[in-house]
Design a protein around this ligand. Sequence first.
Ligand SMILES: Nc1ncnc2c1ncn2[C@@H]1O[C@H](COP(=O)(O)OP(=O)(O)OP(=O)(O)O)[C@@H](O)[C@H]1O
Length: 343
Amino acid sequence: MILPPDPSQPRRPWGSDQARLHRHLLRHPCLLPAGESLLLAVSGGQDSMALITLLRDLQPLHHWRLQLWHGDHGWRPDAARQAEELLQWARSQGLALRLDRADPVPLSEAEARNWRYGCLAEAALQWPCTHVVTGHTASDRAETILLNLARGSHLRGLASLGASRPLGPKADALRLVRPLLVFDRADTGRLCRERSLPVWEDSSNADLRFARNRLRAEVMPVLEDLHPGASRRISAQAERLEQQLEAETELLELALGALEAEGAPGRLQRKRLASLAPASQRRLLQHWLHRHLGSDPGARSLETLVTRLGQGGDPGRLDLAGGWQLHWDRSTLWVRTPDALHG
Ligand SMILES: Nc1ncnc2c1ncn2[C@@H]1O[C@H](COP(=O)(O)OP(=O)(O)OP(=O)(O)O)[C@@H](O)[C@H]1O
């Protein structure tokens, strides 16, 4: 149900964009719960300017407290001036903005991202607040998926850039939320124009040496032209995949429980496992070993393992990464820790 704006609150524009975001938040009440303090990460680009605007429009209905954060990477000569202009604009809107400057200047995109999320986690702790919010849109998510697909990423990589994830060491204390995944870049650009919002362009976005920029400039327009709404559909597909992977994890846990050897906790029944389809065996063993090793055992180890387990009832052993070992006899299989081997 979409509630009309509350007449007792200051009037804010109410159009199809506000209705879409409001509906999305009602459908997913854990994303940005009413009354929470939200820290908005704003680069000054069109997505983050649309984010500020939409959340302010919906604020009277959700009663959030909003604070802005901007990180100046010091990458461009005009970055400090842009940060100062953004600060002035926020003040003119009655919004509090915290500005952090990177020192030393990050040397890569990955370093910059780590620095940003580190600062955001610290600022969230000090304010304090429970949700950090970014302006990622369906276009960002679709680009990430296509890049990961082209690089040969695992299924998990295709479900990346989800609507919400823990941020920082305490999983339940702070969440990073991306509420604008129901919009694409054309939507945020239109909203900025309609509302005459200032937008601070990042000149490096035009540099076609970066894979993402090239995909954004040369591939996405073709897909959107062929199938209008392509970015949003690709992003929605990733959302469904993420949910399927979550469901699969629960089912794997149930199946592993059923495969556990009686009277020998931590061991799996060899015959029962080997009676399953090879693809099911590989997936179950991957999940089980990941639980022990804390990392993926690798496709080749799994392939070898399934082949050897299916060959008669001979006992055997497979050496895994980090000194771990998998052992099996006629009836069960079990993992030996590196400590047990040296002890
Ligand atoms: N320097 C920064 N300071 C604060 N937040 C940032 C900064 N850079 C990125 N972000 C946050 O991360 C989100 C994604 O950033 P990214 O640069 O990948 O996308 P973008 O499409 O350029 O977004 P925008 O149009 O808002 O700049 C932004 O919407 C913003 O919420």
